[in-house]
Design a protein around this ligand. Structure first.
Ligand code: PLP
Length: 427
């Protein structure tokens, strides 16, 4: 095969073989060749400071030497066995010690898969069918999760709008969609559907939108009142907002929680965790064939992923890890204010110092519709200019990493200043 060197050749090759020219995840006009620490390089050798960090997992930085060493030590022992392995059990113990709701755990390979099982588990446990989900909440690619994920057309709540073709109406019939951070709406919908709702799934910090004070507590109280399984999707927030995740930071414990990204240290691993009396529905010997939720997967609990996850969580337990992450996040937030404040353009920094984004609007958005109403043209300029100034990020999110150095932050500040100037010119 002919050796290809330039990124444009790879782009052409991808366009020929991959639908839409990519893996479906990210802008297909860039190929990342390599990542080290806080930086990534594309196939043309351009260097970027990485605020995408693999869409979250690489919070310690790329190719962290201790994680790499642990993984390289076990690779010669084999890749995968399907049978139990000790690393997977050790990691499950570490997670259950850290995460308030976690009494038992099952592994899968992706966050979306974990969310799919969590919703099914709520149905198995309660014997009910309906699931409440928030508009704009992201829970992977299952049919349920595709309901009102990022709807272009807005419907009256609780009507779900599928974001994907190929989903039967029967799925929509059992989904109820609610606006995030709306206390009154949640109270009324749960009262109206009393006895029918199996589970309520929520990102405790939805994409970038923090919960208003008391919102998660209200969800907790209402789910308890109606016997609904409260599911926190902590695929992003787990081990990021705090070592014990959003449930530790906000002090609200769900019944079930899903984890992914950080727990696999950059390898494919995710998990469903929760109360033992609910998790027991994965055990046929306890609940019988009728109640049992069958769950398995070829690579679930893969030892290499578990090894990388164990080492990553060990590093995160070291003194000062979360303070450092927050300091770096706060430093970037301040740079944004310094760069955008003088432009006079309406903007808000939305999120938590551990993950956030700029939304170009005049007040803090509380839900999907308010984020969507922000100035999309300004957001496009923001993303494009940052990329051209050597900042690698996804539209809609900035992920600080622990490995950002002072030099990275200086360069980020310079880039933000340039983007502020570019935005000023657009008026
Ligand atoms: C909150 C949330 N849940 C679930 C997922 C799906 O995880 P995965 O991409 O591993 O399937 C994501 C992915 O970004 C996510 O942000």
């Amino acid at each position: 095969m002919q050796k290809l060197t330039s990124q444009s050749e790879w782009i052409a090759r991808a366009q020929a073989i991959l639908p839409a020219g990519g893996f479906g995840n990210f802008d297909p006009s860039i190929f990342i060749r390599e990542g080290r620490g806080s930086r990534v390089w594309d196939e043309d050798g351009n260097e970027y400071i990485d605020y995408l960090i693999g869409s979250g997992p690489m919070m310690l930085g790329h190719s962290h030497p201790e994680v790499m060493e642990a993984v390289c030590n076990i690779i010669p022992k084999g890749q995968t066995f399907f049978a139990n392995n000790t690393l997977g059990v050790e990691l499950a113990e570490v997670i259950c010690e850290a995460v308030p709701c976690a009494e038992q755990l099952r592994y899968v390979c992706s966050g979306g898969e974990a969310d799919m099982y969590a919703m099914r588990l709520a149905r198995a446990f309660t014997g009910r069918d309906k699931i409440v989900k928030f508009e704009g909440g992201y829970h992977g690619m299952s049919a349920e999760a595709q309901m009102s994920l990022a709807p272009e057309q807005l419907a009256n709540f609780p009507l779900p709008i599928p974001d994907s073709a190929g989903i039967p109406q029967g799925v929509a019939d059992n989904m109820l969609i609610a606006p995030f951070n709306d206390v009154d709406y949640i109270r009324s919908i749960l009262a109206e559907y009393e006895g029918q709702v199996a589970g309520l799934i929520v990102e405790p910090l939805q994409r970038i939108i923090p919960p208003i004070p008391g919102f998660l507590k209200l969800l907790r109280e209402e789910c308890t009142r109606y016997g609904i399984v409260l599911i926190f999707d902590e695929v992003v927030t787990g081990f990021r907002l705090a070592y014990g995740g959003a449930q530790e930071l906000y002090g609200v414990t769900p019944d079930v929680c899903t984890l992914g990204k950080l727990i696999g240290g950059g390898f494919p691993l995710a998990a469903i965790t929760g109360r033992q009396d609910i998790m027991t529905y994965f055990d046929k010997s306890k609940v019988g064939a009728e109640g049992w939720l069958m769950q398995l997967g070829t690579l679930s609990g893969n030892p290499i992923a578990a090894c990388a996850g164990l080492k990553s969580l060990e590093i995160l337990r070291r003194a000062g890890a979360y303070e450092t992450l927050r300091e770096k996040g706060n430093a970037v937030m301040k740079m944004i204010h310094d760069a955008l404040g003088p432009t006079g353009i309406g903007y808000q920094i939305v999120g938590d110092p551990t993950l956030f984004e700029v939304v170009f609007c005049d007040h803090q958005p509380l839900n999907y519709r308010e984020v969507r109403a922000g100035n999309g043209n300004h957001s496009k300029i923001w993303d494009q200019c940052l990329r051209s100034e050597g900042i690698f990020k996804a539209p809609g999110k900035i992920y600080p990493s622990l490995t950002l150095s002072n030099a990275d932050l200086e360069q980020t500040k310079h880039a933000m200043g340039k983007v502020g100037a570019a935005l000023s010119e657009t008026g």
